[in-house]
Design a protein around this ligand. Structure first.
Ligand SMILES: Nc1ncnc2c1ncn2[C@@H]1O[C@H](COP(=O)(O)OP(=O)(O)OP(=O)(O)O)[C@@H](O)[C@H]1O
Ligand SMILES: [Mg+2]
Length: 282
């Protein structure tokens, strides 16, 4: 849809049934890639999530921060090591992860949302014992955690009181050790635990691309086939796998949308056409 061909009032009226449908529902929105780098996009997405909150949708934001972690590590002369595309997290790196994810990035997102009155509160998965993990053991990635449980009480309380939780993807194990957690996986687990109606991944790809074309709808079977034959790979794998987990845990729909498109989130939620890829239960 090109909104420019619509009158403003038409655009608002088209949104009305969606506003009605989603009032009181919970959306989990994960930011990654370009949405976290570009000044203009960062401001825009902050306005978009505030608008969702203001019309009565419970919004939870989860963010990544890979590029800034690498950049601060470089400044501190801490070597960045990747194992099969995943960051190896030793103790020094974990300190940087915590400074960046639970510190600078988290507070920057909160600040941007609160300029517009969005009532954001920045916390990490460590707070409220929220994201419970154990050491990831399929390969040695150091202090990388695998989500085993989500304690949703704190988030639900914040939402009930009208706050907009902004969550840094870190977790804690039963012995009090802190871990770095993949943001996509944290988003999927959280969405399942709080019975979210929607989970939206905002990334710097149009959506899921198969043989050069954007695929508007995908089912579980298609996803498993595309992973098996390598058509879905790299950073797209944790998104689609955690999308399937979230759907199995009761989330209604998962969207992978292009965060580089202005107001992609609003277009996806409030227009008939939508943008990006929608993953649905069969
Ligand atoms: N079939 C596919 N369709 C689209 N993207 C794919 C596909 N297979 C692999 N990818 C890769 O997945 C990437 C998206 O994941 P990526 O981890 O880079 O983004 P992000 O999670 O938004 O960012 P970050 O991890 O930095 O927070 C795309 O840029 C693309 O390189
Ligand atoms: Mg990623």
């Amino acid at each position: 849809m090109t909104t420019a061909t619509f009158k403003k009032e038409d655009v608002l009226i088209e949104a009305l049934p969606y506003i009605q449908q989603f009032e009181g529902k919970t959306f989990v929105i994960k930011y990654g890639g370009a949405v976290m780098e570009d000044e203009n996009l960062k401001t825009m997405i902050a306005k978009d999530v505030t608008l969702l909150r203001k019309i009565g949708i419970n919004v939870v934001v989860i963010h990544g921060g890979g590029k800034e972690i690498t950049s601060l590590s470089n400044k501190l002369n801490i070597q960045t090591k990747f194992v099969n595309g995943q960051r190896y997290t030793d103790e020094e790196t974990l300190n940087v992860v915590q400074m960046v994810l639970a510190g600078s990035i988290n507070k920057d997102i909160v600040r941007r949302i609160n300029i517009h009155g969005g009532r954001a509160v920045g916390i990490s998965g460590i707070d409220g014992d929220m994201i419970k993990v154990k050491k990831y053991d399929k390969e040695n990635l150091g202090l990388v955690g695998e989500v085993v449980d989500v304690n949703e009480t704190l988030i639900k309380n914040l939402l009930k009181d009208g706050y907009l939780p902004v969550i840094a993807p870190m977790g804690i194990d039963n012995y009090g050790t802190v871990y770095n957690v993949n943001a996509d996986i944290a988003a999927g687990s959280l969405a399942g635990a709080i019975d979210a109606a929607k989970l939206v991944y905002m990334s710097d790809t149009e959506g899921v691309i198969i043989n050069g074309n954007l695929v508007p709808h995908l089912t579980e079977k298609q996803i498993l086939d595309f992973i098996k034959n390598g058509i879905i790979n790299g950073g797209m794998i944790p998104k689609v796998e955690s999308a399937l987990n979230a759907l199995n845990a009761g989330v209604n729909k998962v969207h992978i949308v292009d965060g580089r498109i202005e107001h992609a989130l609003l277009l996806e939620i409030f227009t008939e056409e939508g943008v990006g890829t929608e993953i649905v239960c069969e």
